[in-house]
Design a protein around this ligand. Structure first.
Ligand SMILES: [Zn+2]
Length: 461
């Protein structure tokens, strides 16, 4: 048995070692930059509200645990990490040796018996440990669906968050005091918290405590009781529709001819990030200076992410406020970033984040947000449907058939809007060209098979 047991090493791990290890998450190097899974502020999820869709609103608050609380939190994270490894080893062994799959329910039962023998496990709130089982099960499900790789053992310090899966049962309580708000966490205590924004009306379903570089956060998920009913696509009045072409030269180009230049926060911070990365690589493993260098680098990365998030929040708010139907491309960013020449720029504009923000804000405000296939959008003429090859550096679309000449991206945005309108069953002719600044014509030329590089990996004829 090569299983790693939770209680194998029972020595008290000192605070500083733990601290160093937990902060020891080394961000990826600039050369092969990866953008971490983006934090979603809101999402739509099937909730318990009348069995229908409920809106989950999420608040992320900064917390400032007292030293003893921080010690407890670090210790609990470490226990969760060891538990993860033990559970993973168990599943791996039982399959490799006995060809028996050890499911989530069996593991939850095993966990109960382990808890009796292990004082560390007993120090963590029981549902938090059960959530580790659930997380592993999700990881395996993703693996079997071939959307993720095989779950990995976590190194010391590589387990940064834990979840209270049923926060409404009293394990988590957000205090109402305005002067000294505290967040009660079972087995941790009353942790000082900064409630910078009121929590939404609703039930607090889950709470995830996480550590990002040297900062602690509590992520609270609320189920909003009465989500606004999304308008039926065919009934909703569409008075100001908008097609959006996502790009690198302009983050968005719209049917109304608006172009928004990208903020490029990564590019602006690249020099400093490289410097910090170099500093880190010069430090010795296990040294205090290494921990400092890691924290500094992490903070710089977070700064970049914060700027990006801020820009996208503001832009998405503006778009959702002004338009009742928004059509975007359903981009396969994962495939597109395989082209390294533009990968960094693509990550830097964060299209998926912007799209996600527009989707949830739209859903909350009762707007229609439609995603359409991005194929041929920049090659087709938005007036007559003629299709032609368009080199990437050609910025103007000139149609040899109907003589339509316009900005390349605006032409694409108009194609996108037309697709979106078709998708939701709207007649394109009901939108008068003058009123909307949108001119939509009937297609005359038949679609010819062309493959536009970068839009998708599949060729559709
Ligand atoms: Zn044309």
């Amino acid at each position: 048995m090569n299983s790693i047991s939770v209680g194998d090493t029972n020595e008290e791990t000192s605070m500083s070692v733990l601290q160093a290890a937990i902060t020891g998450h080394v961000p990826p190097r600039l050369g092969r930059i990866q953008v971490k899974p983006l934090f979603r502020v809101h999402r739509l999820r099937r909730g318990s509200c009348q069995g229908g869709l409920a809106i989950i609103e999420i608040r992320k608050y900064r917390t400032y645990p007292y030293p003893d609380q921080e010690k407890a939190l670090l210790e609990q994270l470490e226990t969760c990490r060891r538990l993860w490894n033990r559970l993973l080893a168990q599943r791996k062994d039982s399959w490799e040796q006995e060809r028996r799959s050890n499911g989530m329910f069996q593991q939850k039962r095993d966990l109960t018996s382990w808890k009796k023998a292990n004082e560390y496990l007993a120090r963590v709130y029981s549902h938090v440990t059960q959530d580790v089982v659930l997380r592993l099960d999700k990881a395996f499900t993703a693996f079997f669906k071939r959307i993720a790789r095989y779950p990995r053992f976590r190194k010391f310090g590589r387990y940064g968050s834990m979840t209270y899966p049923d926060a409404y049962n009293g394990s988590v309580k957000l205090g109402t005091s305005e002067k000294n708000p505290k967040l009660y966490l079972s087995k941790v205590g009353y942790v000082p918290i900064v409630v910078h924004r009121d929590p939404p009306e609703g039930i607090n379903k889950r709470c995830t405590v996480k550590k990002e570089s040297n900062k602690w956060y509590a992520v609270l998920e609320y189920e909003v009781p009465d989500p606004p009913a999304p308008p039926a696509p065919e009934l909703a009045p569409v008075t100001r529709p908008l097609g959006i072409d996502l790009g690198l030269k302009s983050v968005i180009s719209t049917t109304e001819g608006k172009h928004v230049k990208p903020a490029k926060p990564l590019k602006a911070h690249e020099k400093r990030l490289k410097h910090l990365q170099r500093n880190l690589s010069r430090t010795q493993k296990g040294s205090k200076n290494r921990v400092k260098a890691i924290v500094a680098l992490n903070q710089e990365h977070q700064k970049v992410a914060a700027i990006r998030r801020d820009v996208n929040h503001k832009l998405s708010r503006e778009l959702v406020n002004e338009h009742d139907l928004i059509v975007l491309e359903d981009l396969r960013v994962k495939n597109m970033v395989k082209n390294h020449c533009v990968a960094k720029s693509i990550h830097d504009v964060a299209w998926s984040q912007l799209t996600g923000f527009i989707q949830y804000k739209g859903a909350r405000d009762g707007r229609l947000v439609v995603l359409v296939s991005p194929q041929y959008t920049s090659m087709d003429c938005s007036e007559c449907g003629h299709r032609q090859e368009m080199a990437l550096d050609v910025r103007t679309y000139s149609c040899p058939v109907c003589g339509n000449t316009m900005d390349r991206d605006v032409n694409a945005a108009r194609n996108i809007l037309e697709r979106g309108l078709l998708q939701v069953g709207r007649d394109t002719t009901e939108l008068k060209p003058v009123e909307n600044g949108v001119r939509l014509g009937q297609r005359t030329a038949p679609a010819q098979p062309f493959y536009e590089p970068g839009t998708t990996s599949k060729r559709v004829g």
